[in-house]
Design a protein around this ligand. Structure first.
Ligand code: BEZ
Length: 212
């Protein structure tokens, strides 16, 4: 099944490095980042999972739970985690789903057969507290992901959910944001954006980030 932005993500129960997990129970009312990786005891995956462990406090700050997945068994995961901890100088502090029967991989379309018929691609899902899919991206096995980019997107999603703004190219925390073109009434503009705005074009108006 292929998931599209805005879809409600499917629930599942699966084994993990921390025992069986029901996904909806795990998610609760939080945001969730679900990351798949191809295989245990592989170099790029080792660096990725270590980096995610180091960024855990950044995910926590944003109210985001992290869960990883590969098609290996929980015994394999438990054997591999000490290697991640040792080589990446961290402690894996989130569960890794053990999808050896590929139940979740099929539900979430994580196996891309023309890349590899057997292992999962490097996919990231950002899921909001309503279990809606808000971001998906897929990288090839040979390319490790940039998890600071995932944090940047979460910051954008959480900001744009709260205010009638969007974030422009290469936006970072503290940069100007774009006012929704649908807001035209001057009184509403003044009320919503008390810091003012500058108009480059009628459809391109920039205002200081509202929550700072
Ligand atoms: C890796 O993590 O290094 C890797 C895993 C599967 C295929 C290629 C690379």
């Amino acid at each position: 099944m292929s998931l599209h932005l805005g879809d409600t993500v499917p629930d599942f129960t699966q084994d993990s490095s921390e025992g069986p997990i029901n996904f909806y129970e795990f998610a609760g009312d939080s945001w969730v980042v679900l990351i798949s990786h191809p295989a245990d005891f592989t170099p790029v995956c080792t660096t990725e999972l270590g980096e995610v462990a180091k960024l855990k406090s950044e995910f926590d700050k944003r109210g985001v739970k992290v869960i990883a997945l590969s098609v290996d068994t929980s015994e394999n995961h438990k054997g591999w985690i000490p290697d991640i901890d040792e080589t990446q100088k961290t402690q894996v502090n989130y569960p890794i789903l053990a999808d050896s029967d590929r139940k979740v991989s099929h539900l979430y379309d994580l196996i891309h057969p023309n890349a590899s018929a057997t292992v999962t691609a490097r996919t990231v899902f950002v899921i909001d507290p309503n279990k809606k899919l808000r971001l998906t991206l897929t990288y090839p096995a040979s390319t490790g992901r940039d998890f600071k980019e995932i944090l940047r997107v979460i910051d954008s999603l959480q900001l744009t959910d709260k205010y009638s703004v969007s974030t422009p190219v290469n936006w970072r925390q503290g940069d100007e944001v774009v006012i929704s073109p649908s807001i035209k009434d001057p009184e509403e503009l003044a009320r919503r954006f008390p810091k003012g705005y500058r108009e480059e074009k009628p459809y391109l108006r920039l205002t200081p980030q509202p929550d700072l």
